[in-house]
Design a protein around this ligand. Structure first.
Ligand SMILES: Nc1nc2c(ncn2[C@@H]2O[C@H](COP(=O)(O)OP(=O)(O)OP(=O)(O)O)[C@@H](O)[C@H]2O)c(=O)[nH]1
Ligand SMILES: [Mg+2]
Length: 466
């Protein structure tokens, strides 16, 4: 059999707009972690968990990753976006764009997805003028956000438009460049036990190659297992490589400890860390503030974790109380250890915001994984020139009493205009200080004293060093 080219397409969009029905209508095979398998899905009639189905199209072996539309399940959409090459954004013809339509567009864009098909679904429920209006609405919203966009109208109920969708996919899909080199890496989406075989984990191989008999490690737990067998949509194979969707039989790992977003990798290649430094682009539609101590949900690669944010002065390790910049450098302090690698994609979300508000703060990548997180906090005092006596300048307001003034004697200061000086000694008992400057200063001019204290930080607490 000719080797098919694997490609992964996400199905995203507002709740109830017809993603799962569309997946059913165009798929040939449903995976073990198939559509709406979660018990609550049947009860509530909504998708709870990522679902995976498959069909072939020309040379492509297409995996559809069906994501939930419910606002509370946005983390699954982000997790799914981490393993897809392209996306179908589903919009119901009767309802038009919903709130999560917009949110999912931001997720796709943030995760670097450029290839997008907008599928207007449920076309059997409305007339053509309505469908035209929804298409116009979507074109307005999408604008120039994606480099490769197509539009299609479908009904999962009558089958109308499905051929057009296949055609459009065939035209727009491109074989992806996969990272075959480098250590094996696969984020896990499901784990279960098969009688007589033990644990099977499923996922999409992001990097490297693997063959049966090799050893893999579960992160962050650290457990090791031999890979007894490899399957793709029910077919046994002896090896797999980046881009494949597989089920791996890893009998030495207990399936009950495996969580969505854990990784399987070549042993000892991933770092588990409680803190990272990231560079982010602020989401233009985010209306909240970006302040020190903000608690948010951080997706790093596939898994999400609760994290505390500390904005940093660009290019340094100096903490900021707040940043209003669009390009942000920040430290993330996790509540629990997270497996990370340099360059992994990061998306930050305010899950404390109501879903009617833009919750995505921004996205970017991991730029540093420090062993210890030691940052500098600026302590800044502003005083004022109170008297000038030839070379000696008296400054008040930098210290409250003589002892404090003594403790900062010898420190450098500068005026608001940038004239540099040195604090010499206290003058009197009320904290006034004598200073000398490199150039003349004016009466009442403001004088800035700044020093840095180092702190070691972890989620929820900090410790002064020295
Ligand atoms: N008439 C009609 N109904 C549809 C069509 N597609 C889906 N539906 C119905 O719309 C409802 C929601 O469909 P789903 O496919 O479950 O929607 P979803 O987008 O997967 O929903 P979530 O995953 O919960 O966000 C179901 O009752 C479907 O039967 C369609 O093309 N025509
Ligand atoms: Mg669904």
């Amino acid at each position: 059999m000719k080797k098919m080219v694997p490609i992964h397409i996400g199905l995203v969009g507002h709740i109830d707009h017809g993603k799962t029905e569309l997946a059913r209508a165009i798929s040939e095979k449903v995976s073990t972690a198939g559509l709406d398998k979660h018990p609550q899905s049947k009860q509530r009639g909504i998708t709870i968990d990522l679902g995976f189905t498959m069909f072939t199209l020309g040379d492509f072996l297409v995996t559809l990753v069906d994501a939930p539309g419910h606002a509370d399940l946005i983390r699954s959409v982000v997790a799914g976006a981490n393993i897809i090459d392209a996306a179908i954004l589903v919009v119901a013809a009767d309802e038009g764009a919903g709130i999560q339509t917009g949110e999912h567009i931001v997720v796709l864009k943030s995760m670097g997805i450029q290839n997008l098909i907008v599928a207007i679904t449920k076309t059997d429920t409305v007339d053509d003028t309505r469908i035209d209006a929804v298409e116009r609405q979507m074109k307005d919203i999408i604008g120039a956000l994606f480099s490769n966009v197509g539009y299609v109208r479908v009904s999962a109920k009558t089958g109308e438009g499905l051929d057009h969708l296949r055609e459009l996919l065939l035209r727009k899909l491109e074989a992806q460049k996969r990272q075959i080199d480098g250590p094996f890496l696969m984020p896990i989406d499901h784990a279960f036990s098969v009688k007589g075989h033990g644990t099977v984990v499923t996922g999409t191989v992001l990097r490297g190659q693997l063959s049966t008999g090799k050893t893999v490690q579960l992160s962050p737990q650290g457990d090791i297992s031999r890979v007894r067998s490899i399957q793709t949509f029910g077919e046994e194979r002896s090896e797999t490589s980046a881009g494949d969707r597989v089920g791996l039989n890893t009998p030495d790992i207990d399936h009950r400890i495996v969580r969505r977003g854990n990784y399987l990798s070549e042993p000892d290649t991933l770092t588990n860390s409680k803190h990272i430094i990231v560079r982010l682009q602020r989401n233009e539609l985010y209306r909240g503030r970006v302040t020190k101590g903000l608690i948010l949900s951080a997706t790093v690669g596939m898994p999400s974790a609760t994290a505390e944010l500390v904005p940093l002065h660009d290019g340094t390790s100096v903490m900021l109380e707040e940043t209003t910049d669009s390009s942000i450098m920040a430290a993330l302090l996790f509540q629990e250890e997270v497996p990370v690698e340099l360059g992994m994609r990061v998306l930050l979300m305010r899950t404390d915001f109501p879903p009617t508000q833009m919750r995505i703060l921004g996205s970017g990548e991991v730029i540093k994984i420090p062993k210890k997180l030691i940052l500098k906090r600026s302590i800044r005092r502003i005083g004022r020139v109170s008297r000038i006596r030839s070379e000696d300048v008296l400054i008040e307001g930098l210290a409250s009493k003589k002892e404090v003034a003594e403790s900062i004697s010898g420190s450098h200061v500068k005026t608001l205009r940038g004239v540099k000086g040195t604090l010499k000694q206290p003058f009197g008992t009320r904290g006034v200080m004598v200073a000398r400057f490199e150039a003349p200063v004016a009466d009442s001019e403001e004088v800035i004293y700044e020093r840095f204290v180092e702190e070691e930080l972890a989620f929820g607490h900090r410790r002064k060093i020295g």
